[in-house]
Design a binder for this molecule. Structure first.
Ligand code: FES
Length: 104
């Protein structure tokens, strides 16, 4: 399946995504290096911050409590902010589009 990733230069990259794998892992595996994901998905760094395009919001279960708390500490938090390591790709999410949050 395809995951669309908008990098900070505004370009959209098509990334191969697999059900059951976090979108952070798929983005990293594709070679995009703007998503630091420093903690490796341990829910402690918030450097995997992305914005989910509105039209796909309904496809995703909302953030859990811990994710929400950590997002509080992230700069540029928006209503559609997510931590990419907590977003599992699932069937029916083909074409999901996310934007990598600004650096600071
Ligand atoms: Fe650190 Fe997601 S990779 S919180």
């Amino acid at each position: 399946a395809v995951l669309n990733v908008r990098t900070r230069d505004g370009q959209i990259h098509q990334v191969e995504a697999e059900a059951g794998v976090s979108i952070m892992e798929s983005i990293r595996a594709s070679g995009i290096d703007e998503l630091l994901a420093l903690c490796g998905g341990c829910l402690s760094c918030a450097t995997c911050h992305v914005f989910v395009d509105e039209e796909f919001a309904a496809l995703l279960p909302g953030p859990g409590e811990e994710e929400s708390d950590l997002l509080e500490s992230a700069d540029n938090r928006k209503a559609n902010s997510r931590l990419a390591c907590q977003v599992m790709f699932g069937d029916g999410m083909d074409g999901l589009t996310v934007t990598i949050a600004p650096d600071s």
